[in-house]
Ligand binder design. Sequence first.
Ligand SMILES: NC(=O)c1ccc[n+]([C@@H]2O[C@H](COP(=O)([O-])OP(=O)(O)OC[C@H]3O[C@@H](n4cnc5c(N)ncnc54)[C@H](O)[C@@H]3O)[C@@H](O)[C@H]2O)c1
Length: 421
Amino acid sequence: MKSKYKVADISLADTGKKRIEWAEHDMPVLRFIRERFAKEKPLKGLNMSACLHVTAETANLVRTLKAGGAHILLCASNPLSTQDDVAAALVTHYEIPVWAKRGESNKSYYENIHAAIKHKPTITMDDGADLVSTIHAEYPEMAPSIIGSMEETTTGVIRLRAMERDKALKFPVIAVNDAETKYLFDNRYGTGQSTVDGIIRATDFLLAGKNVVVAGYGWCGRGFAMRAKGMGANVIVTEVNPIRAIEAALDGFRVMPMIDAAKIGDLFCTLTGDINVIRKEHFEVMKDGAIAANSGHFNVEIDIPALEKMSKKVKKDVRKNVDRYILKNGKSVYLLAEGRLVNLACAEGHPASVMDMSFSVQALTTEWAVKNRSKLKPKVYKVPVEIDTTVAAMKLKSMGIDIDVLTPKQIEYLNSWEMGT
Ligand SMILES: NC(=O)c1ccc[n+]([C@@H]2O[C@H](COP(=O)([O-])OP(=O)(O)OC[C@H]3O[C@@H](n4cnc5c(N)ncnc54)[C@H](O)[C@@H]3O)[C@@H](O)[C@H]2O)c1
């Protein structure tokens, strides 16, 4: 690999720096960790490769890891989520090599991952498990030297658990996504708000009075449904899990199969981590002008090959990030951001304030993995509960919120079984 980095336009560095600093304001917990890391250097001398969405918030995470002494390289975890100005700023102002260009091809995307691997990381970080799975598939000899890998998202954790089940996992991974201070806030409030933001920026769509179909009532789906409802949409939820479906119904949403929702929806958003959630039979019955978006990790939730086959014409970029598919039945379906994560492709991803918690968990979990390296085995670990409670306590403090503390009598009561009616 001849070059040391790959970014779209290095002259965007100053704009990127301003956005990184703006995000930093809303990341007080991570700032505090960075100051400690700068003094203690818990990651001293370690090569690290992070495959994450290249955003202003991620920039503050990699700055923190660098402050901790790591030689960190960042590559994109999605071809459409890179903020080119942030990538340029990291290279120019923070001397962190970045391999990421917004709108790059699959080939270029995997070149970046290979650059991250050639960096010879002993710690890796992933958002969707593309880096870990490429190491396993193409560089298995590296596995023994890897201390551990942190995984940021639900889809990545699902892939890694499948590898563990098949006994294919060759080094320890930590499911950062499953920390409470991650999914409760990032997946719900972060995805909720930023998905609405992405859809509005792409379409200027009025949510009030529209039928908005939310596929999947997990953490992300709950967040998006709640925010769309708050803006006056008539929200319909589709699910495959009966418990989540009851929850959606009791939260006040209509619940029905996609085939019924497809007939009445004005806007569809998938947030499931599943494949072909909206497919041929659904497109066939959609209203003329229906809009389809995805906020799940991969661009497989909407069956785009089927949509292409059903179309007599595709008009690219009828508006930025919007493609119009003119179907053979004469109706049109609008697809946002080529079915990729709409909140990152059409807006700026999650607000910094929620990423403050997710990325503080990332930083502290990395430190924990390094400290406990001799004990870790090739399996999927949970984030230690102390990290979750530390991050929550620090976040509350930064928000100026105090809470009650258990009295000795309460501690005794909660730990005893003798006292009853
Ligand atoms: N856009 C973002 O920035 C962002 C942020 C966090 C997570 N994610 C991704 O979003 C996706 C969802 O994450 P989550 O944390 O909400 O997961 P989750 O497991 O909490 O929820 C997924 C839900 O989708 C349902 N589902 C599965 N297949 C379905 C189908 N065919 N039809 C309807 N419902 C179906 C499941 O039953 C489940 O309730 C994942 O791919 C995750 O990686 C995206």
